[in-house]
Design a binder for this molecule. Structure first.
Ligand code: UT7
Length: 329
């Protein structure tokens, strides 16, 4: 009997309307378009505006589109995995809120918090559910309202992040396409370099935590940078070696979009031609769990059936990993 695999059958992306440019950011903190473009490679990012709007509002748009554009009924969706570090609230899971907003009542859902590696963790989890035969159809959504935890008085972090959602539909197949292999890693020691201090059980919200601005992202940029450059490349090398793939065998690398310099360094270390390394950071910034599905959504017209795609990420945790996909459409 052939192995059951999980293949991407549809993908959708959503960017909120408001665009925060480097010019506007320069009126908020002491920065410039030149610094941000040179050091990070971001020109603009999208921001979700509106009282009471959260990650689920963006996530529901892409999940609804997947259902409607693929002649599915909400009842066909057996599992929703929402990858996010910006859930609507600490509980319940944003996956459940998205499911409710989309009328999905016949399955189950949960969130994955793996920082910027959320989508790589979520896609792997979904693939394993399918490979085991437990479910046949899953939606994995990366939905992030990063603007909710970004300190727009901190010039070292506020240029980096943007809001977005993107999702893939994964279905069971007995063909040799889809999720072929994955490597996941984490090291909790890295938490000291990238975290949000308050709002959890250690430091529940108080007037003091608010005054100390502890509900925003804390990042030691240089430490994170050094880890990211090494670990994304290592994870990709690990998966290429395990599957006997050389740079020539890779159609495209889809790296997490945190910093153009990290992406360039990763591509060079792997010996990949520039055109094989997909990039959209200039338009959207770092949308955490949404960067990789957004890359898939925007570039799917370039992919051919059977293409080897490698997804790789690094993020808070620290978490990192890589996935080998054989494009199934
Ligand atoms: O997705 C999750 C994983 N996250 C990442 O992968 C992020 C990794 N880190 C980075 O991308 C980079 O470290 C940053 C973009 C965060 C920072 O770039 P950097 O080249 O590492 O800059 P730096 O922190 O070393 O700062 C260099 C200088 C400092 O000034 P002094 O001390 O040299 O006078 C900063 O104060 O740049 C200054 N600076 C800025 N200047 C203008 C920091 N932010 C800004 C800014 N505009 N926005």
């Amino acid at each position: 009997m052939s192995k059951i695999r999980a293949a991407i059958k549809a993908v959708e992306g959503y960017l909120p309307d408001y665009i925060l440019t480097n010019e506007e950011l320069s009126t908020m903190v002491d920065t410039s378009d030149e610094w941000i473009m040179t050091r990070i490679g971001i020109k603009e990012r999208h921001i979700l505006k509106g009282e009471g709007k959260g990650s689920s509002d963006m996530g529901a748009v892409v999940v609804r589109r997947i259902v409607e554009n693929n002649a599915l009924s909400p009842d066909d969706i057996e599992l929703i995995i929402c990858c996010t570090v910006t859930p609507d609230m600490l509980f319940p899971a944003t996956a459940n809120i998205i499911a409710d907003k989309c009328g999905i009542k016949n399955g189950f859902g949960f969130d994955i918090n793996a920082g910027c590696s959320g989508f790589v963790y979520g896609l792997t989890t979904a693939a394993k559910y399918i490979e085991s035969g437990f479910v046949k159809r899953v939606i994995v959504v990366g939905a992030e309202k990063m603007s909710a935890i970004t300190d727009y008085q901190d010039r070292a972090t506020c240029p980096i992040f943007g809001d977005a959602a993107a999702a893939v539909l994964l279905e069971a197949t007995d063909e040799e396409y889809g999720y072929m292999d994955g490597v996941l890693h984490s090291d909790g020691e890295g938490r000291k370099h990238l975290h949000q201090v308050a709002g959890g059980s250690c430091y529940p919200p108080t007037h003091q935590t608010i005054d100390a601005r502890q509900h925003y992202i804390y990042q030691e940029g240089q430490a994170v940078f050094k880890w990211a450059v090494v670990k994304m490349a290592e994870a990709t090398e690990e998966i290429m070696k395990r599957n006997n793939l050389s740079a020539d065998d890779i159609a495209f690398l889809l790296p997490h979009q945190a910093n153009l310099r990290i992406i360039d360094a990763t591509g060079k270390r792997l010996g990949l031609d520039n055109e094989k390394v997909l990039i959209n950071i200039e338009k959207y910034g770092n949308t955490t769990s949404a960067t990789i599905p957004l890359l898939i959504w925007e570039n799917q017209h370039k992919f051919h059936k059977g293409d080897n795609l490698i997804l790789t990420s690094f993020g808070a945790g620290f978490t990192w990993g890589a996935i080998l996909l054989k494009w199934a459409l």
